[in-house]
Design a protein around this ligand. Structure first.
Ligand code: SAM
Length: 236
């Protein structure tokens, strides 16, 4: 993969970044996403944030190689600490990490006001999507778009959120499956949840053989299995 030929996953992420954004890409690694979007003339300015020295150096190299030093600032920083108030960032991408880590980055940024709540968020958790939707709901975000795609036998979800005047109260079911993905019910969504169902059915068999009191855990898994079956059967 390179800046001209993004992975299918990052290409889909990029499509959700609004035109003329001032973007902060957190956990940027090689800075492929901001560099590609800048080369497409989609961004006015970008920050590529990285907490690890090696990927930070790779990002710097990539930006220099493409002659974009004036347009993309690469910073070695933890999470949203990469953003300075003068950057006037209005869109944030955080991709390719677990949902809990993305949630922690957003939470820290919220608490130290690097995140002001007006940024358009394009998030791509590898796992733990519900954890992220829980955080977005509690912090008054509306999920404005969602996507699900498959690449190299892995299924990825993209969650796009912004804060709007009316607050959304998402149900537990919407936070688990995704309010928009639940409406779209694409074949990949179906495939993902079929896999999740099989996985839980296996866990249930293991729990029934396990020592100790597994009652609460069994009840929880049984409830999740019922919910998944309901969604897969297209009932709502
Ligand atoms: N965003 C790219 C993508 O989606 O292809 C790179 C994903 S890579 C798996 C995750 C990157 O996030 C790593 O380079 C890691 O060093 C960085 N990272 C992890 N925690 C971070 C944090 N708290 N702040 C900034 N970067 C972080």
């Amino acid at each position: 993969m390179n800046e001209n030929q993004l992975s299918k996953r990052l290409k889909h992420v990029g499509e959700f970044v609004p035109e003329k954004s001032r973007l902060a890409d957190i956990g940027s690694d090689h800075a492929y996403l901001p560099v590609a979007l800048m080369l497409q003339n989609k961004l006015d300015f970008a920050v590529a944030g990285e907490v690890v020295k090696g990927p930070y150096e790779s990002a710097k190299k990539q930006v220099r190689k493409n002659g974009l030093d004036e347009k993309i600032t690469v910073r070695l920083a933890n999470g949203l600490d990469a953003i300075e108030p003068t950057d006037a960032i209005n869109a944030v991408t955080i991709c390719g990490m677990g949902g809990a880590l993305i949630r922690d980055i957003l939470e820290a940024g919220w608490n130290n006001q690097r995140l002001n709540g007006n940024e358009y968020l394009v998030l791509q958790p590898n796992i733990g999507e519900k954890t992220l939707r829980d955080w977005l709901t509690v912090h008054g975000y509306t999920i404005v778009e969602e996507d699900i795609l498959e690449e190299n036998n892995k299924i990825y979800e993209i969650i796009v959120a912004s804060r709007q005047s009316t607050r959304q109260a998402y149900t537990e079911k919407e936070r688990l499956f995704g309010p928009i993905l639940l409406k779209k019910r694409s074949p990949i969504f179906h495939k993902k949840w079929q896999g999740e169902l099989t996985q839980r059915q296996r866990i249930l068999i293991q729990l029934s053989k396990a020592a100790g009191d597994q009652h609460a855990r069994i009840q929880q898994i049984e409830q999740e299995i019922a919910e998944i079956k309901e969604v897969l059967s297209h009932e709502s």
